[in-house]
Design a protein around this ligand. Structure first.
Ligand code: SF4
Length: 459
């Protein structure tokens, strides 16, 4: 069955007023074929539309619609994409999905590399499964910005790293997109001894030549779990290697800043934590374009926290009662600094910060977003937790109260005997949570109504 069959129509919407009916298939808008959500969103923008519909008996009819410019037509389809989500055609040597323990939910093993989700939801794609028609559509519809997992611009190495013989062609595709002024935000997953050092220099130089179409680049360290049996030999960065990579990237960024007024490339916070170096100041991150890759996330959090702290009275903090916070190993000292900052304002504040070792994925995984409910329970049982336990919201699956290991927040509350608050990545919300005030739920990471979960590896 076509996935552009109308499932339901919003009440009082332009589509309802025009007499569209569930069960009809939207085939064309103003003569343009509708294949998926991108066609639908783009071609239904105008205020006057001519829709071609195929009825359940196979006959076609045409309907004219009038609405405000940009107003949603009000049609709902079987899935948000109006098409099946496309899985990736690669077998990357560093793929996190391959390093997951067995026996988890099937949807967590889904490897997404769908261009539509990149445009609409900010997912990263490798450009290895796009047809020429789709590349042309990006240019024609001016779909921009797009997020691209580059990893290397050496075509031979890219084929090797992505284990896809088409992977080397993506660099020419990027040049074509750049010539057509499509904005690209790029990500490099850096693997020690593979795509760093001189290879990283080459990649940054090639990408910088495509600026300003290449708008930003993040360099993030590879995540290595204990489930790598039979996989490509990979190891995490050592402290010295992380420091050397930071020096290299910061020097490149400084030269680019002097010549072009922007750094263009940033390392993720994880590199600073690994190297044991202080995070750069707020203005270093410019527009914070790469927050989703953990670039500047902790600096932004601490600046927001500091500003929020200026707005509260010491008595508010005193009334807060004791609390505890749990996070991954790498961010724990950082959160401790925030609690210490709050203590300077009110020395009566009672807050415990716990660093949770990742026994589920392996202790080389130190990011907060991959801490599981089982590890929380095992490591916090019997410890002082105060009146509430705060956890970063990214420990939970998007839009759910469940950790990656299927343990629920309710399970943790019951086992530890303390209410748990999931705190969004926001310094103001963090201070509210410390004070026992309500916090708003985190934004969803995937499309509303989409039944696939998109696993994100975020520090
Ligand atoms: S890292 Fe991404 S693109 Fe590569 S195999 Fe895994 S899901 Fe696919």
């Amino acid at each position: 069955m076509s996935m552009t069959v109308i499932q339901s129509i919003d009440r009082h919407s332009p589509a309802e007023r025009a007499g569209l009916r569930p069960g009809e298939t939207l085939t064309h808008v103003d003569g343009h074929p509708i294949v998926d959500v991108l066609d639908y969103k783009f071609y239904t923008y105008d205020p006057r539309l001519e829709l071609t519909l195929r009825q359940p008996d196979g006959k076609s009819r045409t309907v004219r619609v009038r609405k405000r410019e940009g107003e949603n037509l009000g049609l709902n389809f079987e899935s948000y994409l109006m098409d099946r989500a496309r899985s990736c055609a690669n077998n990357c040597i560093f793929c996190f999905v391959d390093q997951m323990p067995p026996g988890m939910r099937k949807s967590l093993y889904f490897k997404d590399d769908d261009a539509r989700l990149s445009f609409l939801m900010g997912n990263y794609l490798t450009l290895t499964n796009l047809s020429q028609r789709e590349i042309q559509r990006i240019i024609d519809l001016r779909i921009s910005p797009i997020n691209i997992s580059v990893h290397t611009t050496d075509p031979v190495l890219r084929v090797e790293m992505l284990k896809n013989r088409r992977a080397g062609e993506a660099i020419d595709t990027m040049r074509r997109l750049a010539q057509n002024k499509i904005i690209m935000n790029c990500q490099i997953v850096s693997c020690p001894g593979i795509n760093d050092g001189p290879q990283l220099h080459r990649t940054l130089t090639d990408l910088a030549e495509m600026a300003p179409a290449v708008n930003s680049i993040s360099v993030v360290p590879v995540g290595v779990t204990k489930y790598r049996e039979g996989l490509y030999p990979l190891r995490p960065y050592t402290r010295e290697e992380a420091a050397a990579l930071l020096d290299q990237v910061e020097a490149f960024a400084q030269r680019h800043l002097e010549e072009h007024g922007t750094r263009l490339v940033w390392c993720s916070d994880e590199f600073y934590l690994l190297a044991g170096r202080p995070l750069p100041p707020e203005d270093y991150f410019e527009e914070f374009t790469q927050l989703d890759n953990g670039v500047g996330m902790l600096r932004l959090l601490s600046c927001e926290f500091e500003r929020a702290l200026r707005l509260v009275e010491p008595e508010d903090l005193m009334r807060a009662g004791a609390f505890s916070m749990a996070t991954g190993v790498s961010a724990a000292p950082f959160l401790q600094q925030l609690v210490d900052m709050a203590r300077k304002k009110c020395d009566k504040i009672e807050g415990y910060v716990y660093s949770i070792q990742n026994r589920f994925f392996g202790e080389t995984i130190t990011v907060a977003g991959l801490v599981t409910g089982g590890d929380l329970i095992a490591q916090l049982r019997g410890r002082p937790l105060g009146e509430r336990l705060l956890i970063p919201a990214n420990m939970l699956r998007s839009g759910e109260r469940v950790f990656l290991d299927d343990v629920s927040v309710d399970d943790v509350e019951r086992e530890l005997g303390v209410p748990v608050t999931a705190v969004p990545q926001d310094g103001y919300e963090l201070l509210d949570a410390m004070c026992g005030l309500e916090v708003s739920p985190d934004r969803p990471l995937h499309a509303p109504g989409e039944d696939t979960e998109y696993y994100q590896y975020n520090p």
